[in-house]
Design a protein around this ligand. Sequence first.
Ligand code: PMP
Length: 462
Amino acid sequence: MSARRITDYSRFLSKTSALRQPSAIRALQPLMNLPGMISLGGGNPNPSTFPFAKASLTLRNGESVEIGEKDMAAALQYGASAGSPGLLSWLKQLQQAEHGSKAGLFRDLSAPGAYTPKDWDICIGTGSQDLLLRTFEMLLDPQTDSVLVESPCYSGVLAGLRPHLGANPGAVVGVGTDEHGLRPDRVDTVLRNWPTLEQDPTARARPRVLYTIPAGGNPTGTTQPEHRRRELYEVAREHDLLIVEDDPYYYLQYGEGERAPSFLALDEDARVLRTDSFSKIVSAGMRIGFATGPAPLVDRLVLHAQAGCLHPSGIAQATLLAYLNHIGVEGFLKHCDEVADFYRSRRDVFCEAADRHLKGLAEWHSPDAGMFVWFRLLGEIQDSAPLIRTKAAEKRVLLVPGESFMPECGDGGIVSSFPLGAQEDGSQSTGTSPYVRASFSTADAEQIDQALQRLAAVIREG
Ligand code: PMP
């Protein structure tokens, strides 16, 4: 076992999470199906009153998948807060196949001291967004804590962190990024320079949590290469950080060869909690994501669900499982490769159109994953928001201004040749940004061409 293997997570937990107790009624759920049990305990409705019996779903290729009567009955009833047992066991196989062959958490399960299936766990959530919000509530105390995020940062996470921690400097701390994503040296510098209470009586606790998107970053589209991930992991070890790895674009990687190992795959110390999502590869409306990581943390996420949504939708889980059982792990990975091929060619079309229309007006990188291109508008433009919110919308092209992705507080001092928008001059964001996020996921080639012509006209007109 790694000498640094974390076994006690109490130093990472928020006070709210420490107060969460298992729900007395939810605790009955696993007992209900024991042979011979007569339940007068739960508040389950009587399933004979439900109108649905079974379902048959036609796939795009003409094949069909069935949800039989037994599975349908289970799907219609209240279910386990961690997710349906059938889907959980399918996901365990997937995680083992996809992240287990590399070093780290799942490495050689037979080795002495290696992780065993009871040391790591999975829970299913209503999309990865739900799991991320639960994670932040589990780890961060509103008045006193701080969290390190990438700058720029996924706006959906900022939308959860800001009201939770408060939008004051030192709560949500943006760390500089470059064309390879989050910078380990910047993480290290922020933590080394974190003020003590003697230096600053208003200082928040030193961050214990680092949130990062390793592939196809939202909004920048950047992907951290393996060496960057390993450096970040070492910094996390050095400063005893938990890494929250948000990886919804994992299967949408466009480079040659193998995907870079996830933080989960590199994790020797059990300091990574990873979220995956089915939104980009099977369905966004199904609202299914899952968290993988150390069992004590996953168990706490489940406690949160017990007091909130109770459990992810049974019908959504049954539908997904019927499909996944139909295609198997291999078939699923093949499906993901086909989805990635689709987006790769969209990306190429988009970047060719950008070359045609935006050269000299903006700069950008062609992303290696995901569905976003991050444009820096050139010239006098310091704030893209007025142009994008009004003039671009008038010309009928929708984009997201960079300011939506700016954390309140920066890490002060970015030295990269291609800073992606982190504040370069100190700790306080001005809230403005010359950047713009564009997505190439839904528009077709002709619409992409039109949209980028319109954007070019907006920039020229200023
Ligand atoms: N994280 C990132 C980086 C995202 O881009 C998104 C979706 N926009 C989410 C999480 C949430 O995804 P889900 O649909 O699984 O909730």
